[in-house]
Design a protein around this ligand. Structure first.
Ligand code: C2E
Ligand code: MG
Ligand code: MG
Length: 731
């Protein structure tokens, strides 16, 4: 008799069976035969264990399948033979087998690994029912099993495909989103921090376009390997799609550490790659946000990192940037610009200011650069650097550009005939196909001498149709206007087009002038090279953005023919200029600091200062890594300890080192760090949890000018007098 049948019938003494045909005995026998048939057909296996969980029966074919015998298996504890696997998602169905047996409840389709088979990985799916003895006591389990190694492997593969990026093997967007959500939810309870970095490759599209998609794919794989090298097991790395990656770093909130990691990441990813036998160079930009400071929910945090990434790209790429609430404000502000700009022209909110450009030898005014301004009804004066790109996107730059041209040509009649005016032309306006006609019409209408009009064009015009550009240059020159190349050296500088393009003047971008006398800075050599090249091509040179006397000495030393910058004059109104001309004041004397100081940034923003239980409103006038100058508290003694509230939970403990009236120089206890771009920030921040735990937000400290409140609730005078210096404006 077959194994199972013998066990089932073995317990039924034939002698006790009644003489007539007992239908229940017959049924039991039939089901036993059917089960035996099933067992021998190898459609499933049967097993049984006793109350202690020791194996008492296993189908012969099951034992053969794992190459073992009943001697190897019978009598051994089930948990020595089978085990539930590790699982990412720890739910009740994956609780250890031991626990399931101890709980004496039915087991349904549980995946277990067969530990007894040491030669390979085998998985069974088991189900079982608890059995009771004659007294109703628990007597073990009996159940079925089947091999599901293959189907499990298949479902794991498809699960992997759903969670991982097939190209790089990194987590995909779906998994990253789920992981970040789970992590942040769990961390909210335990008040832990978690950083995310959002990474976008610079110039990746170019590699794809020039070397082909297979090369692009290969490059992405190598990028993934480099990222993994840097982070190892720290955090979770994913590719969100295209050339966008995300890294989640639990328990890091030190922005010093995050900045260092980002710097290393930018460096590593910017090293050359070898793809398909070619060399490729790309860069990367990184946006960083940290929970709970920059967002508590996953969606908030990702949005914050996104804004930071956008800012890093805006700052010229190849860099990182921390999120700050300022970025959200500027995103809102950009939206506002879009909404309001269309009406700016019709409502007369645009105006032009003029910045003198002087002769390098005599410092006498040679020309004026017309600089557009937008007098926004609420925000005040807005820089063209902010709104011109928006006007270009909205398709209203032609109208605006033509208005400027006409305004300047009209104003020129109020200036001495030897003074020219330079007008900035947007590359979009230049390439619009309507530009020449507009220039021609306005010159005719205003009757101005075309030789007094200089059009400033940036290198980006060479990106489009080169032949058309050169033709337009020729036409404009023929009409008698002058051409100058603005911001030279910042764009797609190619020397070949300079040979063919009829420029009268090259404007050396202020980034080459800035800090030129600082050590380890090769700006001076670059200025020298640009000037000699311009001389060879018989073009004039304007050094832009001169702010200090050492910068002046340098550009003059290299022979720049013209000078422009705050050292001589910022942009001024036409009325002010006319007055000067009437008074025959044609000379602009250099006035300003001797030297450029890289480490001090001029600031003018409101911050809070906390001293004792009081909070003061002060103005931050300058800021460096080691200290700051604040204005707004009267006669604070040297040595006083203050806490500067720089916003967004950034508190910096500082000591007053110099004090003069309402102005104090303070030194920070812990140095500030770079925000990745031009700004500075604190390494650590006060988390929203700490503020919540302290029972009151920082802003709730009294702002009243005269009193502070002690913890006892009585009022007492503030230690220092607060002076409102906002009326004095920007120095
Ligand atoms: P740009 O043509 O390079 O103009 C020089 C910019 O540098 C101006 O900024 C000017 O105020 C500023 N600047 C001058 N001297 C100094 C200095 O010593 N130090 C520093 N830090 N800056 C100095 P602004 O007026 O904000 O204009 C920014 C840019 O906006 C201009 O750069 C120009 O590209 C564009 N722009 C200005 N007006 C117009 C316009 O009417 N049409 C178009 N399409 N673009 C314009
Ligand atoms: Mg310009
Ligand atoms: Mg410029």
């Amino acid at each position: 008799m077959n194994g199972l049948l013998s066990r089932l019938s073995g317990g039924q003494p034939a002698a006790s069976a009644p003489a007539r045909v007992d239908s229940s005995a017959f049924d039991a026998r039939r089901s036993a035969e059917m089960l035996a048939g099933l067992e021998s057909a190898d459609l499933g296996w049967f097993w049984e264990c006793d109350a202690k969980g020791c194996l008492t029966y296993l189908s012969q074919s099951a034992m053969s399948a794992i190459g073992l015998t009943s001697d190897d298996l019978i009598g051994r504890e089930l948990t020595e033979i089978l085990a539930t696997g590790d699982s990412d998602d720890y739910d009740s169905t994956s609780r250890p087998l031991k626990f399931r047996i101890a709980s004496r409840s039915p087991i349904s389709r549980l995946n277990v690994q067969v530990l007894a088979d040491k030669s390979r990985e085998v998985w069974w799916e088991i189900s079982a029912t608890p059995k009771l003895d004659g007294n109703g006591e628990f007597a073990g389990f009996y159940g079925i099993a089947r091999d599901n190694t293959n189907s499990l492997a298949q479902s794991r593969d498809s699960e992997r495909a759903a969670q991982y990026d097939s190209l790089t093997g990194l987590a995909n967007r779906h998994r990253m989103t789920r992981k970040l959500g789970q992590t942040l939810d769990a961390f909210k309870q335990s008040k832990r921090s978690c950083a995310i970095m959002l990474l976008d490759l610079d110039r990746f599209k170019k590699v794809n376009d020039t070397l082909g998609h297979p090369a692009g794919d290969e490059l992405l794989k190598q990028v993934a390997v480099r990222i993994k090298q840097l982070f190892g097991d720290q955090g979770e790395i994913g590719r969100l799609g295209g050339d966008e990656f995300q890294i989640m770093l639990p328990d890091i909130d030190d922005r010093g550490e995050l900045g260092d990691l980002s710097k290393r990441l930018v460096q590593m990813l910017s090293q050359p790659y070898s793809v398909g036998g070619s060399r490729a160079i790309i860069g990367c930009s990184i946006g960083i946000a940290v929970a709970p400071y920059d967002g508590i929910e996953a969606s908030e945090l990702v949005k914050a990192a996104d804004l930071a990434l956008y800012a890093a790209k805006d700052a010229g790429r190849g860099t990182y940037r921390f999120y700050s609430s300022e970025l959200s404000r500027s995103a809102d502000w950009r939206q506002r610009i879009e909404d309001d700009l269309r009406d700016a022209l019709s409502q007369g909110q645009l105006l032009v200011q003029y910045q003198p450009i002087v002769d390098a030898k005599t410092h006498m005014i040679a020309s004026l650069e017309a600089l557009l301004r937008w007098e926004h009804p609420e925000r005040g004066r807005v820089s063209p650097a902010e709104f011109v790109p928006v006007a270009e996107e909205l398709g209203i730059i032609n109208e605006i550009g033509e208005w400027v041209l006409e305004e300047v040509c009209t104003q020129l009649s109020n200036c001495p005939p030897e003074v020219r005016a330079a007008i900035n032309v947007s590359p979009i306006q230049f390439a619009s196909g309507k530009f020449y006609a507009a220039v021609d019409r306005i010159l005719t209408k205003t009757g101005v001498d075309p030789a007094r009009v200089e059009l400033e064009i940036t290198e980006s015009v060479f990106v489009g149709d080169l032949e058309r550009t050169l033709n337009l240059f020729k036409k404009l020159k023929k009409r008698g206007v002058r051409l100058s190349l603005d911001d030279f050296g910042t764009g797609y500088s190619s020397l070949s087009y300079l040979r063919d393009a009829p420029f009268d003047k090259i404007k050396i971008d202020q980034s080459f002038v800035r800090g030129c006398s600082v050590e380890d800075n090769n700006n001076s050599a670059l200025v020298c090279a640009i000037v000699s090249m311009a001389n060879a091509l018989k073009m004039e040179t304007v050094a832009e953005g001169i702010e200090t006397k050492d910068e002046l000495a340098m550009v003059k030393g290299h022979g720049a023919t013209h000078l422009q910058g705050y050292l001589f004059s910022g942009p001024i109104s036409i009325e002010e200029l006319i007055t000067r001309f009437e008074n025959k004041e044609f000379e602009f004397k250099p006035r300003g600091p001797e030297k450029y100081r890289a480490e001090r940034r001029t600031e003018f923003r409101k911050i809070g200062v906390i001293h004792g239980d009081s909070r003061y409103n002060v103005f931050l006038r300058n800021l460096s890594k080691t200290g700051a100058r604040i204005e707004g508290m009267l006669d604070v003694p040297v040595g006083t300890e203050l806490v500067l509230d720089l916003g967004d939970g950034q508190l910096a403990v500082a000591t007053v080192r110099r004090s003069e009236g309402f102005s104090q120089g303070v030194e920070f206890e812990t140095k500030l760090i770079s925000d990745g771009d031009k700004g500075l920030c604190t390494r650590h921040r006060v988390s929203p949890y700490q503020i919540e735990a302290a029972g009151r937000p920082l802003g709730a400290l009294t702002n009243s000018a005269v009193t502070a409140y002690t913890s006892g609730g009585q009022s007492m005078p503030k230690a220092f007098v607060e002076v409102d210096i906002s009326a004095q404006g920007r120095a």
